[in-house]
Design a protein around this ligand. Structure first.
Ligand code: RTP
Ligand code: MG
Length: 147
C-alpha cells in the first residue's frame, strides 16, 4: 500500500492545529502508521529540503522549519501521495482552494502549516529520513473495507 510523509510545521504546532490536520486525514479514510513530535536539526532540515538548496528562500526555510517542534507522520492508503497534496492545497495559501488545509488555515507561503511529499520517490526518501522501519506500525483500521 502506498505511503506518504506529512509534517505539521512549527506554525501548525504552535497554533494548535495538530488535531484539525490529523482529523482531515483520518476522516478522508487514510491510515496513520507512524507519528512523532521532533525538533529538526539544521542537517536534517537541509537534507529534507535538499531540492531547494539553490533557491533564494532556502535559508529562511531551514531557519523556520528548525524553529520549533514539528509533528512528523506517515499516512498510508490508495493514491495517498497525490490525494494528500490535494487535501493540503497549493503551496501559496493565497492560491489554495477553500476546503484545503492551506486554503482554510494559512495566509503566508513561508508559514503554510503542513508539508506533504510530492511523489512516491520523495515519500520513500522522506520517510527514511524521519523514521526507522520498526517505527512504522502495522494494524487493521476499523472500517477499512468501506473506503
Ligand atoms: P512542502 O515541500 O513544504 O510540502 O511545500 P510544497 O511542496 O507545496 O512547496 P515547495 O516548492 O516544495 O517549497 C517548499 C516550501 O518552501 C517555502 N517556499 N517559499 N518564498 C517563496 O517564494 C517560497 N516558495 C516556497 C514554502 O513554505 C514551501 O512549503
Ligand atoms: Mg515540496
Amino acid at each position: 500500500m502506498e505511503r506518504t510523509y506529512v509534517m505539521i510545521k512549527p506554525d501548525g504546532v504552535q497554533r494548535q492545529l495538530i488535531g484539525n490536520i490529523v482529523s482531515r486525514f483520518e476522516q478522508k479514510g487514510f491510515k496513520l502508521v507512524a507519528g512523532k513530535f521532533v525538533t529538526l536539526s539544521k542537517e536534517t532540515a537541509e537534507t529534507h529540503y535538499g531540492e531547494h538548496r539553490e533557491r533564494p528562500f532556502f535559508g529562511e526555510l531551514v531557519d523556520f522549519i528548525t524553529s520549533g517542534p514539528v509533528f512528523a507522520m506517515v499516512w498510508e492508503g490508495e493514491n495517498v501521495v497525490k490525494v494528500a497534496r490535494t487535501l493540503i492545497g497549493a503551496t501559496n495559501p493565497a492560491e489554495a482552494a477553500p476546503g484545503t488545509i492551506r486554503g482554510d488555515l494559512a495566509v503566508q507561503v513561508a508559514m503554510n502549516v503542513v508539508h506533504g511529499s510530492d511523489s512516491v520517490e520523495s515519500a520513500n526518501r522522506e520517510i527514511d529520513i524521519f523514521f526507522r522501519a520498526d517505527e512504522l506500525q502495522a494494524y487493521t483500521k476499523a472500517g477499512q473495507e468501506w473506503v
